[in-house]
Design a protein around this ligand. Structure first.
Ligand code: PLP
Length: 445
């Protein structure tokens, strides 16, 4: 065992990890990375098939982002945003407003996806108090939702495995059915879609809008639930309902933002402008922790007043608007412009679609879902009858371990094999990675 693996096993508690099995199994230590590959302690290379947990955008060691961080380091690494402004945070805020859906004009910084969503929830809650409608204090969330791991975001989450144990600690949202087509309880196939998930939302809003502050959702893809994808039009219909019933819409683009769905933001697919939008993960190109909650002038203005009015939003973190992270994010967005990254995506999306075809034929593949560069391959013990594997057999994990032997690092969500490569992945690399996944599924199942 390498020195660092030994230290890891002795001192580190890993996220979402059963440490007993972690300590009992040989582990990979990443020592470097280049382009779309990670390199371990023995010099082995792995494609970064999940973009280092959905954050990496332009590959590793991207020279423009490296240079921007080094340049900023020569100026100031960190100064507080309580009582001070800084250059990269100002530049980035303007750039985010330029690319965001119309109407989102103000940026509140925080550190990760969970805090970006926590901020959105708290702003929505306080907003209605300023409007004299303090009874609007409840949230509508989707079954199977995932918005982070802080107490507020776990409250609006709906994945039983992550949330059950914390239930007594949480506030209680109104849950509505997930719009996932493959798991739909109302229709056997997307073709038979009867819009029941929209109708369920409409019923809740019609009956309870006087108590509801906001609807919270992940647009197009419920990522941590296993890349569950909603039917076309769902997001736009929910936006229409929230407007009709005077309820805010909080869109969590933490996973879908920055090109993952084939457009800069998932909202663009359905021409939706939410009231609040949470961004993180890809915001720095996958380099440093940073998050932003964007909102409208209408909401921002409701917090303006004299000190004595007590309308201030009392929320903030030590590293809010960190100049190094903001400099990385500015460089990230410039690469999008200079290299026409979004324009190159449709061809890559098509390459993925093409090389996913053989997977659909495999005996234990129940569903293959794709939205842009986001792919979920759902394994089933008996796909014809939609019978899942027993939870403890860890089939998704077995497939991912196989893929690692062939030089691809991917992570499962239960028995859904997730593939979410950096946007910089070439066509040849996409083809190779998908061939590895196909072979791994075939051999493991
Ligand atoms: N929201 C969504 C949609 C996510 O997928 C995630 C993380 O996967 C989060 C929020 C939480 O982000 P973080 O892990 O940076 O706190």
């Amino acid at each position: 065992m390498n020195e660092f693996e030994a230290k890891d096993k002795e001192f580190i508690w890993h996220p979402f990890t059963q440490m007993k099995s972690w300590r009992e199994t040989p582990q990979t230590v990443i020592v470097a990375a280049q382009g779309n590959k990670l390199i371990d302690q023995d010099g082995r290379e792995y494609y970064d098939g999940v973009s280092s947990l959905w954050v990496n955008i332009h590959g590793h060691r991207k020279k423009e982002i490296d240079a921007a961080i080094i340049e900023q380091l020569g100026k100031v690494a960190h100064s507080t945003m309580l009582g001070l402004a800084n250059v990269p945070a100002s530049q980035l805020a303007e750039m985010l407003v330029e690319i965001a859906p119309a109407g989102l004009r103000k940026v509140f910084y925080s550190d990760d996806g969970s805090t970006a969503m926590e901020v959105a929830i708290k702003i929505a809650f306080q907003y209605w108090q300023h409007k004299g409608l303090g009874k609007k204090c409840r949230f509508v969330a989707l079954e199977q939702a995932y918005h982070g791991d802080t107490v507020g975001t776990v409250s609006v989450g709906g994945i039983d495995l992550f949330h059950r144990v914390f239930k007594p600690l949480l506030f209680d949202p109104i849950q509505v059915p997930s719009p996932s087509c493959y798991h739909c309880r109302f229709a056997a196939s997307p073709e038979e879609c009867c819009g029941e998930c929209v109708a369920a939302m409409e019923k809740v809003l019609a009956e309870q809008h006087e108590q509801i502050a906001a609807v919270v959702l992940e647009p197009l893809v419920q990522a941590a639930a296993g890349m569950l994808m909603s039917p076309p039009g769902y997001l736009a219909k929910i936006r229409e309902l929230t407007r009709r019933f005077n309820v805010l819409l909080i869109v969590d683009e933490v996973a879908t933002g920055f090109g993952r769905t084939g457009k800069m933001f998932a909202c663009e697919h359905e021409d939706v402008s939410p009231d609040l939008m949470a961004l993180s993960k890809g915001i720095t190109g996958g380099y440093l922790p940073l998050a932003a909650t964007l909102t409208t002038d209408e909401i921002y203005n409701a917090f303006l007043g004299e000190m004595s009015d007590k309308k201030t939003f009392y929320h903030g973190h030590s590293y809010t608007g960190n100049p190094l992270a903001c400099a990385a994010a500015v460089a990230n967005l410039r690469i999008f412009q200079n290299e026409k990254v979004i324009e190159a995506l449709p061809a890559k999306v098509e390459t993925i679609r093409r090389y996913l075809t053989p997977l659909r034929q495999l005996a234990h593949v129940g569903d293959v879902r794709q939205c842009g560069l986001i792919v979920g391959i759902e394994l089933m013990a008996d796909p014809a009858n939609k019978v899942p594997y027993a939870w403890h057999c860890g089939m998704g994990a077995q497939v991912c371990m196989k893929a690692r032997e062939y030089g691809l690092f991917i992570r499962p969500v239960g028995d859904v094999v997730v593939f979410m490569p950096p946007l910089s992945t070439t066509h040849a690399e996409l083809k190779h990675m998908l061939q590895i996944i196909c072979r791994s599924v075939e051999e493991a199942t």
